[in-house]
Design a protein around this ligand. Sequence first.
Ligand code: CA
Length: 485
Amino acid sequence: MNRRGFCRFVGLGAAAVAAPRWLRAEEKAESSAGAKKPNFIVIFADDQGYADLGCFGAEKIRTPNLDRMAAQGVRFTDFYSAAPLCSASRTALMTGRYHSRTGIKMVLNARDKKGLDLKEVLLPQILKPQGYATAVIGKWHLGHTPEYLPTRRGFDSYFGIPYSNDMNIDPQAELADDIVLREGMTVERIRTEPPKKRWVPLMRDEKVIEYPADQSTLTKRYTEEAIRFITANKNKPFFLYLPHNMPHDPVNASERFKGKSAAGPYGDAVEEIDWSAGEILKTLQTLGIDDNTLVIFTSDNGPWQHLAPPLHGGKGSVWEGGMREPCIMWWPGRLPAGKVCSEIAGTIDLLPTFARLAGGQTPQDRPIDGKDIWPLMSNPEGAQTPHEAFFYVTSAVRSGPWKLHWNKAGVQLYDLKADIGETKNVADQHPDVVERLKGMLEAYDREVGATPGTKNKPGEVKVKPMGRAPASAPAKKAPKGKPTK
Ligand SMILES: [Ca+2]
């Protein structure tokens, strides 16, 4: 008999009487079991800049939902993606390890038949044994051939595009029997014609269900799919990984958002992602599971087509603009509201943090670079970062306020707390700090097989990001016609 039935039985309204002792005990047991295994949602934007949210300083892009999420949660100002490009960044998020340890390329494309090493242990593989339902909705980018797909790596289901939205299709891709073919495409043409750039497949689990994917509706469809997943799993712990493929170029948005942002098409795409986040928070509240769900919003790397002031550089560089990301964490009742954490943290920390919160264990047979950052999340303005050093690929390191670049051009030292834009090289004034950080970088580079001091030009990684030069000029002025915020 449920509670309402019991109240009817004794002839009293639900509000007029407290539940009997046995029923209260049952409810308590249910809620404490729920509290023991929290839900996790990671909303991961693609190529979104540090200052492209209202709560991080955007003036032209409207993000009321994410701003409210920050007002009700914790905003992290010194949060890093661990790599300045897509596949490498996602590797760090999924494994808790710097990608340099794993052998993953910076960016995989549709011609690559390999993905993230099958020996790596992924976050959902730690959560599954703890009873979690797991899903990826969005862009995967850790290998598109069957053995590397999310469904083989600990996720129960997958809906999304297998790599970046500016790539194309693998002519050998597995096609669903009921595939939706658009733009006059046929199976024969997929198999025989040279793949057309920016026409990407949409997949469900391990098969292509739409080609070319209608990119204007993807953010909307990901959101609907996310709400379905959350609703279907409201009574058990779940991990939803929601890596949007926007606002990566080519930017797109559904009709409701197209042409609406003062920041142009890029702003439209970000504003739709903001709407999406709002719908997800609303769903959690409606289902009454918001107090048992940790939601995190961040981005995989810096912006590609514009700059990220006040940071220097963008996507593809190890300047702050390439790897420092906007980050918001929200968990009503468990995380404080409206607080700011300015300690070093990053996506590598999510695996150990989720593992601990879920009662699971991180892999013990390999180095895990991420740390449990629950102390920072729960006490954002009091706790200190667990990272003595944070490494930017293999050519830069940060410790406390100090950031050292060490590459072919020599050594540069910046005090990020005083100079967030990396404009004043203070290496000459602080030789002791330079030596200490060089020692850290040498030790790390040795461990991951790199040669200290031989990497790249200042602030840039070796890989040229997808045929375009990374932003490397000081962030003074955005290119003409591109949004600055
Ligand atoms: Ca990216």
